[in-house]
Design a binder for this molecule. Sequence first.
Ligand SMILES: [Zn+2]
Ligand SMILES: [Zn+2]
Length: 123
Amino acid sequence: MTTTQNTTTARCLSCHRPLRSARSIANGRGPRCQAKVAAAANVVDLTDYKPAQADKARELIEQGAILPTRRPGIYLTVASDGTTTYLTHSAQCTCKAGRHQRRCYHTAAARILTAAAPARRAA
Ligand SMILES: [Zn+2]
Ligand SMILES: [Zn+2]
C-alpha cells in the first residue's frame, strides 16, 4: 500500500511552530497566536482608517494573506490576484496606493499584526 499523504508541515503564521489540529491549520495559526491576533484586532485603534478599510484589514489577516517576514514590523502582503506581493509596514506599503502616498488597508493589517507580534528583545 502506498501512502500519498502530504508531508508538508503546516506552520503557524505568527510563531512558525508546527500546527497539529485541523482547526489551527484552517486558521493558519495556533490557538494562542490566533487569540492574540483576535485580541489585537479588537484593541488596536484603526479610527484613522475608514471602517471598510478596517474590515478589509481584518479579512486580510483571517485569510492569511499578510505574512511576517524576518524583519520585525515588516509583512509580506499577497494581493487578491494571489501572485502580486507587497511589503507592508504599519506606516508604509509598496502597493499602488501606498506608492502614491495614499493610506491602504494593508498598513492597518500590519498595525494589528505588529501589536499581536511576540515581543522581541533587541539583540
Ligand atoms: Zn503561533
Ligand atoms: Zn498597501
